[in-house]
Design a protein around this ligand. Structure first.
Ligand SMILES: C[S@@+](CC[C@H](N)C(=O)[O-])C[C@H]1O[C@@H](n2cnc3c(N)ncnc32)[C@H](O)[C@@H]1O
Length: 221
């Protein structure tokens, strides 16, 4: 990793740590709309276990657990994951949820073909280079079982913040300390190479609003 990429990664990790410390449970207790969609898609595919990347304090991981899935939740913020574990105990689903502090720039800490489904809401569009995003999706492919489903969301180049704020190169722009990689459509298509691209669904979230795509892609059986 180049020095400026390492510096950005370290700054972002600290920024997320500070944000979760200052605002515990900041995304609320309700699941995101992509998680509600994903649970239906995962049930329909017969999935039993879910890997969530960038789970934060766990609004979606806990929803998957309440839906009966076994959940492995990862994030590079120990503070977010600590809040997730506390909430899992409070909600009586701690037996179905495990957590691991993990930076998605590193290989996933799972064996190949070991999970049925992978979910990542606003994780691939963090301060990751295009090369790191391709490597991550390669890792997701490695750990998913044949026929497995991957649902992810990303902010894209029609978002109001695209092209504004501090530019870090590679379509990454920073606002209020949060760096975002705004996805062009051809990156979505490239990441689905050798997968089946089932759907690219546009939606909006929040007051800005953030403009996102919810992408569903599956592995051949
Ligand atoms: C926009 S938040 C979304 C959190 C959660 N998915 C949700 O919707 O409630 C992005 C999350 O990704 C995590 N994150 C950012 N970069 C990461 C990285 N390189 N590796 C692992 N987690 C990362 C942050 O700590 C944060 O929890």
């Amino acid at each position: 990793m180049a020095a400026h990429e390492q510096e950005l990664a370290d700054t972002q990790r600290q920024h997320w740590q500070d944000t979760y410390t200052a605002h515990p449970g900041m995304y609320g207790e309700l699941p995101s709309t992509p998680a509600v969609y994903a649970a239906q898609a995962f049930h329909a595919a017969g999935a039993k276990d879910v890997l969530e990347l960038g789970a934060g304090h766990g609004r979606d991981a806990l929803y998957f657990a309440r839906e009966g899935f076994t959940v492995q939740a990862t994030d590079f913020s120990p503070t977010g994951l600590s809040q997730l574990r506390d909430a899992a105990r409070d909600q009586g689903v701690a037996g179905r949820v495990t957590t691991a502090v993990h930076d998605v720039r590193e290989p996933l800490p799972l064996t190949e073909a070991s999970v049925d489904a992978v979910f990542a809401h606003m994780l691939l569009c963090m301060a990751l280079s295009t090369k790191e995003i391709h490597a991550l999706v390669g890792e997701i492919r490695r750990v998913l079982r044949p026929g497995g489903t991957f649902v992810y969301t990303v902010r894209h180049t029609s978002d109001a913040h695209y092209g504004t704020g501090s530019a870090h190169g590679d379509d990454i722009y920073e606002h209020g300390g949060f760096a975002v990689h705004f996805f062009p459509r051809d990156l979505v298509d490239a990441l689905a190479d050798s997968w089946t691209l089932n759907e690219v669904h546009p939606f909006e979230e929040g007051d800005l609003p953030r403009r996102l795509w919810r992408v569903t892609q599956t592995l051949p059986r």
